[in-house]
Design a protein around this ligand. Structure first.
Ligand SMILES: [Fe+2]
Ligand SMILES: [Fe+2]
Length: 152
């Protein structure tokens, strides 16, 4: 498995969870559970992706711009997750923020899969694509077992 295949597995989960989340309403167990799952998925994926995909790319001249762009979107998603955490599940405005998060997630994944991955494919060596996949997956699994809020 190469790094792109490994990253895409989580992308599919992110899309599915963010779409399901938009179908929830009010302070329900479904909304609470799906939100926790999406928050954890985005968190574990971003830790692994930042450390074992974007950092190595950032060390190259041609990878610098895509990396900055991607990291700023990770930050944007983090801020939206924080806003959602601070808003009551029963607040009518909750869904509007969730919608914004879902749109940001979809836009970001689209950009990665149809732009950044192609560019990174030309920058990284084949061997590196496989070793990064192993390192990413180990990190992803490790952080899936942790709570995002426990990091602070
Ligand atoms: Fe990603
Ligand atoms: Fe990403």
């Amino acid at each position: 498995m190469n790094i792109f295949e490994a990253l895409r597995e989580s992308h599919d989960i992110q899309r599915e969870l963010s779409e399901k989340l938009l179908k929830t309403s009010g302070d329900t167990p479904e909304r609470r559970t799906l939100f926790e799952q999406l928050k954890n998925e985005l968190f574990a994926h971003a830790v692994g992706e930042d450390r074992y995909f974007y950092i190595p790319l950032m060390m190259t001249d041609s990878g610098l711009n895509i990396t900055r762009h991607a990291l700023s979107e990770h930050h944007k998603m983090d801020e939206l997750l924080e806003q959602l955490s601070e808003t009551e599940f029963s607040n009518p405005g909750w869904l509007a923020i969730a919608k914004k998060l879902s749109e940001t997630v979809h836009h970001h994944l689209q950009e990665e899969e149809h732009g950044f991955f192609q560019q990174a494919g030309k920058i990284l060596e084949d061997k590196q694509k496989e070793s990064l996949a192993k390192q990413y997956l180990a990190e992803y699994k490790k952080y899936k077992a942790k709570e995002k809020d426990s990091l602070v």
